[in-house]
Design a protein around this ligand. Structure first.
Ligand SMILES: O=P(O)(O)OC[C@H]1O[C@](O)(COP(=O)(O)O)[C@@H](O)[C@@H]1O
Length: 211
């Protein structure tokens, strides 16, 4: 990926890169990419989104690249982000500040389904137990996944996946990448960076935004 980037006529800077926490030797934040001439762009990469998925030989790992005009991508640090993503019918109908039940009802109404037929996709994490309970209490269905909330967010835009809404907290860089994909598909992704850095950092930020 690094080699190919340097054949592209652009003046790119990595804004989401390979592991802020992992001290990666290339595709790190701030690294310059491209031939050095051409448009000024921000580059976000996740060469392997879903490391465990690949290790376990299951599905929904991705290699992800997003490129936008300079300053147009959120420089999301490696922290958690609260996310909600929906497909086309429910764009503009969900609100991250509303309750899980209200959002499920909104998706059901937008898609003309009973709430019992709405499928919410959620990362299978201990921190999501209250969320999972709220989804069950609302009467909707749940698809729990071990990893890979970029693919999960994108799945909400395609009927054949059977997935209607993504809820939960996952990586903030992955949130930006999913938001770009959904934006390209004309969808909406809402999030708020969560008050907790991933892995072992003590840093804490609260940051509300809408992409
Ligand atoms: O595993 P955590 O800490 O709950 O973080 C969730 C994040 O990890 C992933 O499942 C996989 O990310 P990695 O490939 O970087 O491990 C993402 O899709 C998701 O946003």
């Amino acid at each position: 990926m690094r080699k190919v980037f340097d054949t592209i006529p652009m003046q790119g800077t990595v804004v989401i890169g390979e592991g802020e926490m992992d001290e990666a030797p290339m595709l790190y934040i701030g690294e310059e990419l491209g031939t050095g001439s051409g448009p000024l762009v921000d580059v976000a990469v996740d060469p392997l989104e879903g490391t465990n998925i690949v290790a376990q030989g299951t599905w929904n790992a991705l290699t992800v690249i997003a490129i936008a005009d300079r300053t147009k991508l959120l420089h999301a640090p490696d922290m958690y982000m609260k996310k909600i993503a929906v497909g086309p019918e429910a764009v503009g109908k969900v609100d991250i500040s509303k309750s899980t039940k209200e959002n499920l009802e909104a998706v059901a109404k937008a898609k003309g389904k009973a709430i019992e037929d709405v499928v919410a996709i959620v990362l299978d994490r201990e921190r999501h137990q209250p969320l999972i309970q709220e989804i069950r209490d609302a009467g909707a269905r749940i698809k729990l996944i071990s990893d890979g909330d970029v693919a999960a967010a994108i799945n909400t835009a395609f009927d054949y996946t059977g997935v209607d809404i993504l809820f939960g907290t996952g990586g903030a860089p992955e949130g930006v990448l999913a938001a770009v994909a959904l934006k390209c598909l004309g969808e909406k992704f809402k999030d708020s960076l969560f008050r907790r850095m991933r892995k072992n950092s003590n840093a804490a930020i609260t940051w509300e935004l809408q992409i």
